[in-house]
Design a protein around this ligand. Structure first.
Ligand code: NAP
Length: 257
C-alpha cells in the first residue's frame, strides 16, 4: 500500500450543487465544499438570501455562485441542472438539501401542510436527484448526498409529514445507490439531529424542549453548523468511493442510545 497515493478529501476542480444553500445547513455545507476547492453553485427561492450567502463566501475567497430555483417545480429544476452543465461542463456533487417543516399534532395536520412538506422534502429531492443523475450517468461519475434527519428513523411528536418525508428520503437513497452504482455514482444520506438554523431556532427557543433535546445526545450538546462540514466533504470526496447507500447520522450519538 502506497500511503502517498491514498484518495484525498480535496475537491479541486469538482462542480457541486447545494440546493437550499442560502441558509443554515446548506450554507454551511456549501462553504465547506468550496473550502476544499470545489466550484459551488447554491440554489433557493429568495434572491436576497442567495446574494447574501454568495457575498459571505466570496468575501472569504471561495468560488460560489447562485441560481434561483424552486425544487418543487420540475421545469425550474431541469433548467438549473442544464444551466450548470452548460456553464461548467459537468455536475460532480449534489447536496440535495432544500427542505422545510410544519410541526403540528396529528389531528391538526391539514392537507395543505402535508402537501407542502412532502412536495418540498420528498418530491423536490426526487426532481433534483433525477435531473442530476441524468447528467452523472452520462459522465459515469458522481456523488449524491441527500439530507435526511434523525426523524427519518425515529418517532417524535408533531412530525407526521416531516418524518414521512425523511423516511422516504432514506429509502430513495438506498434505491438510487443500488441503481446508480454501475455508473460509478455513490448515493448517501446525512441525517442530522437538531442543529441551530433559521428552520429550528423558534422550536429550540423553548427552554424545556432545548434541555430534552440536549439530554437525548451522548455529547450533551446541540449540533453546530460546523458539525456538518466534515461529513459533507467526506461523502463528496474520492475518500468515500466504497461508501454508498448509507445513512450517516450526525446526531451526537442520539440514535445509538
Ligand atoms: P433553513 O435554515 O430553513 O434553510 C432551508 C433552505 O432550503 C433555504 O436555503 C431555503 O431557501 C431552501 N428552500 C426551502 N424550500 C425550498 C424550495 N421549495 N426550493 C428551493 N429551495 C428551498 O433549513 P435548515 O435547518 O438549514 O435545513 C436544511 C436541511 O436540513 C433540510 O432538508 C432539513 O430538513 C434538514 N435538517 C435540518 C435539521 C436542523 O436541525 N436544522 C436537522 C435535520 C435535518 P428559500 O426559502 O429561499 O427557498
Amino acid at each position: 500500500m502506497d500511503f502517498s497515493q491514498l484518495p484525498t478529501f480535496r475537491l479541486d476542480g469538482k462542480i457541486a450543487l447545494v440546493t437550499g444553500g442560502s441558509k443554515g445547513i446548506g450554507l454551511a455545507m456549501a462553504g465547506a465544499l468550496a473550502s476544499q476547492g470545489a466550484e459551488v453553485i447554491i440554489s433557493g427561492r429568495n434572491i436576497t438570501d442567495l446574494e447574501q450567502a454568495v457575498g459571505l463566501m466570496t468575501s472569504q475567497d471561495l468560488s460560489v455562485s447562485y441560481i434561483q430555483s424552486d425544487v418543487t417545480d420540475k421545469k425550474q429544476v431541469d433548467d438549473m441542472i442544464n444551466q450548470i452543465v452548460e456553464k461548467h461542463g459537468s455536475l460532480d456533487i449534489l447536496i440535495n438539501n432544500a427542505g422545510m417543516n410544519i410541526r403540528k399534532p396529528l389531528l391538526e395536520v391539514e392537507e395543505k401542510d402535508w402537501d407542502q412538506v412532502i412536495d418540498t422534502n420528498l418530491k423536490g429531492i426526487f426532481f433534483v436527484g433525477q435531473a442530476a443523475s441524468r447528467q452523472m450517468i452520462s459522465q459515469k461519475s458522481g456523488r449524491i448526498i441527500n439530507i435526511s434527519s434523525i426523524l427519518g428513523g425515529i418517532g417524535m411528536p408533531f412530525q407526521t409529514s416531516y418524518a414521512a418525508s425523511k423516511g422516504g428520503i432514506n429509502q430513495m437513497t438506498k434505491v438510487w445507490a443500488s441503481e446508480l452504482s454501475p455508473h460509478q455514482i455513490t448515493v448517501n444520506a446525512i441525517a442530522p439531529a437538531y442543529i441551530k438554523t433559521p428552520m429550528t431556532e423558534p422550536w429550540l427557543d423553548d427552554e424545556e424542549r432545548y434541555k430534552t433535546i440536549v439530554s437525548n445526545t451522548m455529547t450533551n450538546r446541540i449540533g453546530e453548523l460546523e458539525d456538518l462540514a466534515g461529513p459533507a466533504v467526506f461523502l463528496s470526496s474520492d475518500a468515500s468511493s466504497y461508501v454508498t447507500g448509507q445513512i450517516l447520522y450526525v446526531d451526537g450519538g442520539w440514535t445509538a442510545k
